[in-house]
Write a new protein. Structure first.
Ligand code: ZN
Ligand code: ZN
Length: 354
């Protein structure tokens, strides 16, 4: 049994379609198990096809046993249309955010029926994780904890941000990570005011804060974590800002639970930072879902309307970024439960001075 495939099938009547065309790589993997880089799924009430090219035949048959594997040669859209016609499907849903204009035009050229655009039906399916997914996300978070431990021994003033990022990635990959989930952020001193400042050639200096945001893909699943450290010493201002972000992050980790809206979760941290008069320096949302992709649904932000459910895994990552001064962010992965959240990372969160 493949629960994801059955959950997708249950959506067919709700959208008034006879089949789904799945083109997004993460959704394709979620529904079929096939993790090759090319291919589409066509899923009907009874039938399930995986259309890929000859490079992937064996892999597709092994990874997606519930799918009939078909190969396309000259024209993918023509092959898909042929399958659709053979099944007599009249209305087929497709992923509006994933399909390019040119592929859509190709499809309409060959397919006589109606193509129904869906915005994020599959991404919504992926929000609540299965036990197997939670286990892998937990292992990914533990892997990052080991990486952080390693950093504590390795980090010192004089290294460049790039050296730190490279060393950390090398360590994590030797520990079993498939790849980095994104370009690691190592932002020291004034560069810390850029929430997404990827590692540069700048050297770490005594007396600076350094924010390190890193994540890997482990057995297909992403992970994401951030710590801010002090190099050598921390002055009063650095300690104050750190404590504020620490309190905001803790409040959100402890307060988040199922039944809340994404905006309510965001407010748990934001009201603390607002209360200290620094709300203007917390420009991004509280966090995001993590799963097959680093950033997925739900989106925790002041505008978030999604209702949190048990089994969702999200990041909690408030930050304060002050131009010309620097920044602090603390980020952990949290499993949403009925009455409380469970933080999956166990690295220390108190300010560490190296
Ligand atoms: Zn992150
Ligand atoms: Zn994140």
């Amino acid at each position: 049994m493949n629960p994801a495939l059955e959950r997708l099938r249950a959506l067919l009547p709700r959208h008034g379609v006879e089949a789904f065309l799945v083109t997004n790589a993460a959704n394709r993997r979620y529904i079929s198990g096939f993790d090759g880089t090319a291919g589409c799924l066509l899923v009907g009430r009874e039938e399930a096809f995986l259309v890929t090219d000859s490079r992937y035949r064996e892999q597709a048959e092994a990874q997606a046993p519930q799918f009939e594997v078909l190969l396309w040669r000259r024209n993918l859209a023509a092959t898909l249309a042929r399958i659709i016609r053979k099944q007599s499907w009249k209305r087929v849903a497709f992923e509006a955010k994933d399909v390019s204009y040119s592929f859509y035009r190709e499809m309409t050229r060959f397919f006589p029926g109606e193509l129904v655009p869906l915005e994020s039906a599959l991404e919504e399916l992926r929000r609540v994780k299965s036990d197997r997914e939670i286990k892998l996300l937990r292992q990914g978070a533990a892997l990052l904890d080991r990486g952080f431990n390693y950093l504590l021994e390795y980090l010192k003033p004089g290294l460049t941000e790039q050296e730190v990022a490279l060393e950390l990635e090398y360590f994590l990959r030797r520990q079993g990570a498939q790849e980095a989930a994104f370009r690691f952020i190592v932002a020291s001193g004034q560069r810390g005011s850029m929430p997404h400042g990827v590692a540069s050639g700048k050297r770490l200096q005594q007396g600076e804060l350094v924010t390190i945001d890193f994540g890997v893909i482990y057995q297909g699943y992403a992970s994401d974590m951030t710590r801010t450290l002090a190099l050598g010493s921390a002055d009063r201002r650095q300690r104050q800002v750190y404590q504020l972000v620490y309190r905001a992050q803790q409040a959100a980790r402890e307060g988040i639970k199922a039944g809340m809206s994404a905006a309510e979760a965001d407010r748990l941290a934001r009201e603390i930072i607002d209360g200290a008069g620094l709300g203007g320096y917390f420009g991004h949302g509280l966090g995001h879902g993590v799963g097959l992709e680093t950033h997925e649904r739900p989106v925790l932000s002041p505008l978030g309307k999604e209702i949190l459910e048990p089994g969702m895994v999200v990041t909690i990552e408030p930050g304060v970024y002050i131009p010309g001064w620097g920044g602090v962010r603390i980020e952990d992965m949290v499993l949403i439960g009925r009455d409380r959240g469970e933080t999956l990372n166990s690295s220390p969160r108190e300010l560490i001075i190296i």
